[in-house]
Ligand binder design. Sequence first.
Ligand code: NAD
Ligand code: ZN
Length: 233
Amino acid sequence: MVSYITFFTGAGVSAESGIPTFRGSEGLWRKYNPMDLATPEAFQKNPKLVWEFYDDRRQNIARAKPNKAHLLMADIEKKFPNVAVITQNVDGLHQRAGSENVIELHGNIWKVRCIRCGKEEYNYEAPLKELPPSCKYCGGMLRPGVVWFGESLPFNELNRAFEIAERSNFFIVVGTSCQVYPAAQLPFVAKQKGSKVIEINPEYTPVSDIADISIRKKATEGMEEVFKILINS
Ligand code: NAD
Ligand code: ZN
């Protein structure tokens, strides 16, 4: 039987690349909580402040490199026929590591979208010249092309993610606290449909209760173990 291998990742997979997570991060971004800035309300109230936060993150991500965990996932995609990465991250590091089948559930920090004409495109300028940036087609204000707390996930990506979860044989959850729904449901759907669930996270999460294997390690070390498990399966 051909195995379907799925990686489901969150901010923790990029932590060792020097990209901070939101929850349990080293504290505050300036005097604000990142989770209070990643909302439509925050953007409405103070677009410049929200853009300063994203501009900082974009510069940090531009300097960061994919780590061993991203690289091992890309390597596994080359060795096995049906591998997918479903990510809640917006940093694009999976693609930079060489993964091709990546589903981005929360958008991408390198995308900008006009709130007036709706045009969305990639913009790799970091730092941006003006904050908030404006649309080169209509002059409207641009917003980051990411999904904020309280917004719905992109329909097609979410559907694909659930389809993939349902047919997985190995569902490997890496560096996500599994607290943000509906994405957090994916490991449970996979398990219910008979997949083996492996978790890599130094901390306990709701997935730990249903995981066949819990690897209480950082992503890079944990992925080396998973690599061996898959090669020997
Ligand atoms: P999250 O809810 O996915 O939580 C981070 C998890 O990573 C925690 O469970 C933590 O125990 C674990 N972790 C920390 N260091 C780790 C390591 N070295 N190896 C493995 N696991 C590790 O993410 P969040 O920070 O609460 O962010 C909420 C939302 O914002 C999510 O959609 C998230 O992906 C997004 N976000 C994305 C990025 C990024 O693109 N890199 C960064 C911050 C936040
Ligand atoms: Zn526009």
